[in-house]
Design a protein around this ligand. Structure first.
Ligand code: HEM
Length: 141
């Protein structure tokens, strides 16, 4: 990711921040629609889960220009996900739902450049998480 892409991701995420509660609902609805099998892995009450996801994304997005600072937390997060039942092949599915949500949330502000920047950001994060948790960078879309 270059500096311009980091700024695109940070600026576009700032636009979603005011609607982050709705964005989280949209995200999990989409995830459970495209991957119904993962629904049972999550708690029945998703209220806290939604908040945790958006808070973590905010930390990661904020830390993109100083990635070393967020990598330990991302590694620990990835390792916790093994016990949640997450598999490497789930990461692209989650990424797809995330990008879809951002597209809906951003409307006209979802430009090809923004889409490319988010794709690069998610690929970087998920590739790192997969390698930390499973020891390879397979399925790092
Ligand atoms: C970059 C990608 C992801 C991020 C940022 C993320 C973030 C989070 C966060 C912050 C939590 C709260 C619990 C904790 O901090 O340990 C969580 C829980 C969870 N995540 Fe993820 N996640 C990601 C990918 C995935 C994937 C690929 C799956 C696979 C389906 C998944 C499934 C779950 C489940 C099932 C829980 C709930 C665990 C429980 O409360 O019982 N996540 N995630």
């Amino acid at each position: 990711m270059n500096a311009a892409q980091i700024k695109l991701v940070q600026d576009s995420f700032a636009k979603v921040a005011p609607i982050s509660a709705q964005a989280a609902v949209l995200f999990y609805d989409r995830l459970f629609e495209v991957a119904p099998g993962v629904k049972a892995m999550f708690p029945a009450d998703m209220t806290e889960q939604r908040k945790k996801l958006m808070a973590t994304l905010a930390v990661v997005v904020g830390g993109l220009s100083n990635l070393e600072a967020v990598l330990p937390a991302a590694s620990a997060l990835a390792k916790r996900h093994v016990s949640y039942g997450a598999k490497p092949e789930h990461y692209p599915v989650v990424g797809g739902a995330l990008l879809w949500t951002l597209e809906k949330g951003l409307g006209d502000a979802w430009t090809p450049e923004v889409a490319e920047a988010w794709t690069a950001a998610y690929r970087t994060l998920s590739g790192y998480m997969i390698s930390e948790a499973y020891g390879s960078i397979q399925a790092a879309e």
